[in-house]
Design a binder for this molecule. Structure first.
Ligand SMILES: Nc1ncnc2c1ncn2[C@@H]1O[C@H](COP(=O)(O)OP(=O)(O)OP(=O)(O)O)[C@@H](O)[C@H]1O
Ligand SMILES: [K+]
Ligand SMILES: [Mg+2]
Length: 671
């Protein structure tokens, strides 16, 4: 990934920044930013008075103000253009990481032509053979094979795909041969569409940004009124500094130009920082919401644990042999392509010493999170089921206590017990081992320090859930949760006025991902989950949420800090300019006492303040783009501390800056 802290842009992007900087001067674009729009109108006014000036001295002064004002706007448009270019560079980088491959297009005669995968049209049928990289997003229309999805999921266990299953470009076929039909247009794969969103072009202002813009607009309007009414008063007292150019300059100094210039860059930079951790955020609103999250809901399997549940042991109930249980478990899992199903097959095959897998003729019953069972109805009439113990207990008669005992024994190790039955007779328990991902406890502690509560929501039984929750260090958990229970949990939190984040990967997580304020879908997850979430983690690592929350908080804090700085600045400028302007008025000479900087001439004071006002914008671009310093503590505390710091700096820095500029201008005889 491109480095977060490097402010330089790669070569190709500089020209674009320059072009965009000037293109954004177009008033049609500028109206979206009322503060800078006022500066732009002011520049045209002072330009007019420069042309109309009656003496060379006036022309020079008016011209100087016009130039400074023009640079003030340029710095603002540059800040936005630059932030956008960084976003574009980031998006291009993400795109490039999607490696380009060759595709084998099937010919009518059964042979194939090699073409570049990037040019594959929707509907094209491609041949994929063992060892080939799948050339694009598509659907299997012929064959069965195991696919290594680790390139996009990071998980090493291969997944079996067959007719009507969807496959993702970039994954590798490990065995056999598939014919797939490409289901997306070139450059329009799901990831392409998401990456396009990262580019600033389609960015929309977030509600918070709109509210702040409106507030800045109102402030600007108030200052316009103040300055307009100031003119006749100053004129009445015979101040020498009431020409229109000076009043425009005064106005620009007083309105919040600093935050007006940087606001949009701050938002864009937030989106960029999210994509730097390999997360694609569909909207800036989602990033902001992440900064205010109160509760995080995580599922257990695949999120808190590695998710590759491995069958390790069989516990037959009395009267059932180990072989009998292993045989039933095998038959019930032959058509089960989940990691659980595949590992049950492997264990049974080993226990039964089978060279070849048997054929199971019948109707497979696929696993669903609702029934929490899977199995098969064989043609010979036997109905074999395996699933959550509570679900199996409902369909068997007898052996309930024994099932409970073995299940508890398994669950106490944090493993998942599966019951197994044939025709309503309990056979025993299968133990599925899973491992808690390393480093979670620390991450969850960081969340707690930030005032965020973590809740694990799992479909698994209470005991396993409790053991894993303890081991992972989450604050709370719910067990035996159906998909609708997960949504209900989110709704309940939201009803208390909390903002909720959710991570998930399954189709059954999709409704909950959509309901949550921040829905982080794993790229390894199903399309439904990815469509429902408002963020996608390309690395499929759920603890990424921590980084996203950090970026969101940093975005909110940066915006708060720079707004405070901007307004504090304007207050300081007020005290710099007003005394200097009115010091020469006999009746108002008391104002001179406020002139603590000793600025000598009204024009000198105005020019110094105006130059400072312009230069502070590029000086703060690095803060806007990188975000202000951040550490894990509650957002309220951090915001208060930052606002205080930036507020104090915001008053001190302009006094020092304006004083220095005034002395420099003095050297050139301008002040
Ligand atoms: N392939 C399968 N066949 C039969 N039963 C299964 C299978 N996979 C899971 N189960 C059972 O169904 C339960 C619910 O599964 P579900 O996917 O809803 O939750 P989970 O995977 O345990 O946890 P999480 O919600 O954290 O992902 C599991 O706990 C397990 O007991
Ligand atoms: K200003
Ligand atoms: Mg699951």
């Amino acid at each position: 990934m491109a480095k977060t802290n490097d402010l330089r842009l790669a070569k190709g992007y500089n020209m674009q920044v320059l072009k965009d900087t000037f293109r954004k001067l177009n008033p049609v674009e500028m109206v979206r930013n009322p503060v800078m729009m006022v500066v732009e109108i002011g520049t045209l006014v002072t330009l007019w008075f420069t042309i109309q000036a009656s003496t060379p001295g006036t022309r020079f002064y008016n011209g100087l103000v016009t130039v400074i004002l023009f640079f003030t706007i340029l710095f603002a448009t540059f800040a936005e253009a630059y932030a956008e270019a960084r976003g574009r560079a980031q998006a291009d980088f993400l795109r490039k990481t999607k490696s380009s491959t060759k595709a084998k297009i099937l010919r009518a005669d059964g042979g194939f032509d090699l073409v570049e995968s990037a040019s594959l049209e929707k509907g094209t049928r491609c041949l994929v053979e063992a060892g080939d990289v799948i050339p694009g997003d598509g659907m299997v229309i012929e064959g069965i094979g195991s696919i290594d999805e680790s390139a996009i999921t990071g998980e090493s266990a291969p997944v079996v795909k067959t007719v009507e299953d969807s496959v993702t470009g970039g994954t590798t076929l490990m065995s056999d041969r598939l014919v797939i039909e490409i289901t997306t247009h070139p450059g329009e794969s799901f990831l392409d569409r998401m990456i396009a969103l990262v580019e600033g072009a389609k960015r929309q202002k977030t509600p918070n940004e709109i509210a702040l813009s409106a507030l800045l607009g109102v402030l600007t309007l108030i200052f316009v009124l103040v300055v307009v009414t100031l003119a006749p008063i100053a004129g009445y007292y015979g101040s020498g500094a009431t020409d229109t150019t000076t009043l425009v300059a005064l106005l620009v100094c007083l309105i919040p130009t600093t935050i007006g210039a940087l606001l949009s860059a701050i938002g864009i930079a937030g989106m960029n920082r999210v994509s730097q951790v390999n997360v694609v955020a569909k909207s800036g609103r989602a990033v902001e919401a992440a900064g205010d999250i109160d509760t995080i809901i995580l599922d257990k399997t695949g999120t808190i644990t590695i998710g590759n549940r491995m069958a390790t042991e069989f516990f037959p109930v009395s009267g059932v042999t180990l072989a009998e249980l292993a045989d039933a478990a095998l038959l019930s899992s032959l058509a089960d392509t989940t990691p659980e199903g595949r590992s049950v097959v492997e264990l049974s095959q080993r226990m039964l010493n089978l060279q070849l897998l048997p054929k199971a003729d019948g109707e497979p019953i696929p696993f669903s999170a609702h029934t929490r069972m899977s199995g098969i109805d064989l043609v010979d009439g036997r109905q074999i089921r395996k699933g959550a113990v509570s679900a199996i207990k409902e369909i068997v008669a007898g052996a309930q206590d024994e099932l409970d005992q073995y299940a508890e024994h398994v669950a106490r190790q944090g493993a998942t017990p599966l019951g197994c039955s044939v025709d309503g007779r309990a056979l025993g328990i299968i133990c599925l081992k899973d491992v808690v991902k390393p480093g979670l406890k620390e991450k969850f502690r960081d969340f707690r320090e930030m005032g965020i509560r973590t809740v694990m929501a799992t479909g698994d039984n209470r005991i396993t859930a409790a053991v894993i929750a303890e081991e992972a260090g989450v604050d709370d958990f719910i067990a035996e949760a159906k998909p609708e229970d997960k949504i209900e949990l989110i709704r309940r939190e939201q009803a208390e006025g909390k903002l909720v984040a959710m991570t998930g990967d399954g189709t059954n997580d999709a409704p909950a991902l959509a309901q949550a304020d921040v829905g982080l879908a794993m790229n390894s997850g199903t399309m439904a989950a990815k469509e429902a979430g408002n963020m996608i983690d390309l690395d499929s690592n759920p603890t990424k949420l921590l980084e996203v929350v950090m970026v969101g908080k940093q975005l909110l804090i940066t915006r708060g800090a720079l707004t405070t700085f901007s307004i504090a600045n304007d207050v300081a400028k007020y005290f710099a300019i007003i005394p200097a302007m009115f010091a020469s008025v006999p009746l108002l000479h008391v104002l001179g006492a406020l002139n603590i900087m000793g600025l000598k001439t009204p024009h000198g004071a105005i020019l110094s303040a105006l130059i400072f006002n312009a230069l502070i914008i590029p000086a703060l671009i690095p803060f806007a783009v990188r975000g202000v310093k951040y550490r894990a503590e509650s957002a309220d505390r951090m915001l208060a501390r930052n606002i205080f710091n930036w507020g104090v700096l915001g008053v001190i820095i302009p006094f020092a800056g304006i004083w220095v500029i005034d002395r420099v201008l003095g050297i050139f005889g301008l002040a």
